[in-house]
Design a protein around this ligand. Structure first.
Ligand SMILES: Nc1ncnc2c1ncn2[C@@H]1O[C@H](COP(=O)(O)OP(=O)(O)OP(=O)(O)O)[C@@H](O)[C@H]1O
Ligand SMILES: [Mg+2]
Length: 317
């Protein structure tokens, strides 16, 4: 197994107390597989990604659980050990990554530097590698000597992907990698990621609000709500046989996930406080199917199909 996340708990110190942003998340990812991570804003998607890469801001900490990449526990590593693995094993394309390049350095050089740092290449070899990576992501290699301001948004995002691929990671995490781009470029970038994943046989975690993107790109989808996974399964499981009331609502916000988009209805109410979350199911206060059991205890993920797991006391309802 490429990645095993076991009972991950990531908490943030805030002025009002500790926010349990990720609270007992478990999932696995095989080599070459793509898992989509979806859920409302603030449910802990980015926090899960940053926990895996050990890139949490200083107020965040991993309070429990394991993150095994090829069997090695990242959660127990020191900063120095992690630095060796990050980018080489796991790399991340951030939300709004387009502005991550240093404006006064040539884009190609920034990629070459990353290659030199990790792969022990000479300056000449690193420039060559940067050119190859540019071609891989569909940018003419002559452009390696240009500066970020000479690139369009879509091209910067492609260059960011080249950077993420610089050390040939086994796992790549895309945290809303296309959110800031127009629909055409978005489709091109997603297609590119998909192609690279197949060619390089990388594992991929794709984070997005947009369910329609996941249907085309992912093998499996995990639905998160208030720091927990509510349902996880194949694209067919989630789109055609959703069992958790939250997944059902989320899907109904995209009436035809494979067709044209319409303005979603939304789900009334707000997610619960992560500082003092309810004892029972976190979706209970907004759930039409909730019963007494739902406010009394938090349901665990239960296997309902080969790859399909649901955390709900009233699945049949
Ligand atoms: N540095 C921080 N300090 C305190 N709380 C934080 C910090 N970063 C995130 N959080 C909290 O953790 C929770 C999860 O945030 P996260 O960014 O993981 O959500 P998300 O699912 O990625 O949302 P979005 O879809 O908006 O990107 C939120 O309640 C957020 O307020
Ligand atoms: Mg996020």
């Amino acid at each position: 197994m490429l990645l095993e996340v076991k009972d991950l708990k990531t908490y943030f110190v805030t002025s009002k107390g500790e926010a349990k942003a990720v609270d007992g998340v478990s999932f696995e990812l095989e080599q070459g597989e793509c898992l989509g991570l979806v859920g409302e804003s603030g449910c802990g998607k980015t926090t899960t990604a940053l926990s895996i890469c050990q890139m949490l801001p200083k107020e965040g900490r991993i309070a429990g659980g394991e993150i095994l990449v090829d069997g090695v526990n990242y959660a127990e590593m020191t900063e120095k050990e992690i630095n060796k693995h990050r980018w080489e094993d796991v790399s991340i394309i951030f939300q709004g990554a387009m502005n991550a390049f240093n404006p006064v350095k040539k884009v190609g050089w920034q990629i070459a530097e990353a290659c030199m740092l990790h792969d022990d290449l000479s300056k000449e070899e690193a420039w060559k590698k940067a050119g190859e990576l540019f071609e891989l992501v569909g940018i003419p290699k002559e452009r390696v000597t240009q500066y970020p301001h000479e690139f369009s948004g879509g091209m910067k995002q492609r260059a960011m992907i080249a950077m993420a691929l610089a050390c040939s990671p086994k796992l790549i995490i895309g945290d809303e990698p296309t959110t800031a781009l127009d629909v055409m470029i978005q489709a091109q970038i997603l297609e590119l990621l998909e192609k690279l994943r197949r060619e390089l046989n990388m594992g991929m975690i794709l984070i997005t609000h947009d369910l329609s993107i996941l249907g085309e790109t992912c093998d499996r989808i995990a639905v998160m709500y208030a720091g927990k996974i509510m349902e996880i399964g194949t694209v067919i499981d989630i789109f055609e046989h959703p069992m958790h009331p939250y997944t059902k609502k989320l899907i109904s916000c995209f009436p035809d996930v494979r067709g044209k988009r319409v303005v979603p209805d939304g789900i009334p109410g707000y997610p619960p406080s992560l500082i003092d979350p309810p004892e029972g199911c976190r979706f209970c206060p907004r759930c039409d199917c909730a019963t007494e059991a739902c406010s009394a205890s938090c349901p665990e993920l239960v296997k309902v199909g080969e790859k399909h797991f649901v955390a709900c006391h009233n699945m049949e309802v």
